[in-house]
Ligand binder design. Structure first.
Ligand code: SF4
Ligand code: SF4
Length: 454
């Protein structure tokens, strides 16, 4: 039976135009700029100096706290500068500029395509490999994976859920890796399952991706025939509904458990990882390969069919380089987004560089971006019906516009996952997401300041 979450959600058109495009390797530019802020938590601290020669896969940034991650060079070459540079939102963050010379990799990294299926028995070794290879969640949050796989004392992961939903319209990179690297994804899942104490493992894939469902199921059977390490892993077919890939929505759909306000998945015995993270875990543990590449989709209605792509890119490549390699900004495009159209962020600075979590270059047309004139709320409650977190977006909008911080917190604005379902549903064209996102930021800052004082 197909599974889905119990409240809210919307059904935007699929638009998986690039689904049929095999992953191609993006050429390496002459210069990359590698951000030290590619993960949730404290930015990494640079550990190289201007003039240093570096190899691909070499550590160039070390974690600066418990929630932080290693950063590696994705190329070999010479460090040209270290300093602030605008990211895609225009915020200045520390980047390491590297002029590319050759393609020499650090020692001990297995770059071969040979599939390794025998999972190391030592869980400490596995966690160290995941940490030292800089693996972070690639489903959007970029939370350091080694931290998520080490539940706090007293917490137990009873179920590991892999997110293969890719519920955002247009994006197809997860779909492609499920078709092209299914064994590696399943091995990554088995590694995480072992570390978490043998939890039941479910890979959730939406029903609009039958080939991916078949591909992953076949890989599971293939691996289960080889070793008992792969038992207890299954695919759950999910109904296509946005935001099916949201952490709390996946847990609801697959395990019928509800994460409370401000709670974490582990509170209900669940850990959620993305399929791309699972692939990165495989690379880190079985090949000692750091997270220096990822796959992204280049797409949009205005992009000709032969320029729709899924690229394997080196982290730190500027978006402008990807756009140039793909033939430039297509005619009719007025906005470029990184991520999907529902939750993605506009790229205000095309010279910004890709990070571990980059998932797309999406071109939108004027028709797709124009905001219709806002009118008064007609109290239709469509935003309430659509909200997958059970919030009342019309009320949050009103409270936010009146600066009523205490009331916003009482009405759980902090639980908003910024999915945009309310904005998508509102017939009065009220910019609900924009207003709520800003107010949520203010409330979260107030909550953090309050807990810091305690
Ligand atoms: S953006 Fe927030 S308030 Fe709006 S539907 Fe999503 S979770 Fe609800
Ligand atoms: S969907 Fe828009 S018009 Fe309807 S209640 Fe919500 S804010 Fe008001």
């Amino acid at each position: 039976m197909k599974k889905t979450f119990s409240i809210g959600g919307v059904h935007p058109a699929d638009k998986k135009i690039s689904a049929g495009c095999r992953i191609e390797v993006l050429p390496t530019p002459q210069t990359v700029y590698i951000s030290m802020s590619q993960h949730l938590g404290a930015p990494a601290t640079p550990v190289v100096a201007v003039g240093d020669k570096v190899k691909a896969g070499q550590v160039i940034g070390e974690p600066a706290g418990f929630i932080s991650a290693y950063v590696h060079s994705s190329v070999s070459g010479t460090v040209k500068s270290i300093g602030p540079r605008p990211d895609l939102a225009g915020n200045k963050v520390t980047h390491i500029e590297i002029a590319v010379e050759g393609d020499e990799w650090a020692d001990g990294i297995d770059l071969s395509e040979t599939l390794v299926t025998e999972i190391p028995a030592d869980n400490r070794f596995i966690i160290d490999r995941i940490k030292s290879n800089g693996v972070v969640g690639l489903g959007g949050a970029t939370f350091p994976t080694h931290v998520k796989l080490t539940p706090l004392e007293g917490k137990k992961a009873e179920i590991l859920i892999l997110n293969g939903a890719e519920c955002e319209p247009y994006l197809t990179s997860d779909y492609r890796i499920m078709l092209e690297k299914p064994d590696q994804i399943v091995i990554g899942a088995a590694i995480m399952k072992q570390v978490l104490g043998g939890s039941r493992t479910v890979i959730g894939i939406e029903d609009n991706k039958p080939e991916a469902i078949e591909s992953v199921r076949t890989a599971i059977s293939r691996l289960q025939a080889k070793s008992a390490s792969y038992s207890g892993i299954e695919v759950a077919v999910l109904k296509k509904k946005y935001p099916q890939g949201g952490e709390k929505q996946l847990i609801d759909a697959v395990a019928h458990r509800q994460v409370k306000s401000m709670g974490l998945p582990i509170d209900v015995g669940a850990v959620v990882q993305n399929v791309a993270t699972s692939l990165a875990v495989y690379d880190a543990v079985m090949k000692n390969r750091p997270l220096t590449t990822n796959t992204l989709t280049v797409t949009g209605d205005c992009l000709p069919a032969d320029r729709q792509k899924n690229y394997l890119f080196r982290i730190g490549v500027p978006f402008s380089f990807i756009i140039e390699q793909d033939g430039g900004i297509p005619e009719g495009a007025v906005k470029v987004i990184s991520g999907g159209p529902m939750m993605g962020k506009a790229i205000s600075n095309l010279d910004a560089t890709t990070v571990k979590g980059s998932s797309s270059v999406l071109y939108l047309t004027a028709e797709q971006t124009v905001r219709k004139p806002e009118s008064n709320c007609i109290r239709c409650a469509k935003c309430v019906e659509a909200c997958p977190m059970g919030l009342e977006p019309f009320l949050l909008n009103k409270l936010a516009r009146n600066g009523m911080m205490d009331e916003l917190e009482q009405n759980a604005i902090q639980d908003c996952i910024e999915c945009g379902c309310c904005l998508y549903s509102c017939p009065a064209n009220i910019p609900l997401l924009d207003v709520i996102r800003v107010a949520k930021g203010d409330v979260m800052r107030a909550i953090r300041a309050r807990s810091a004082k305690k």
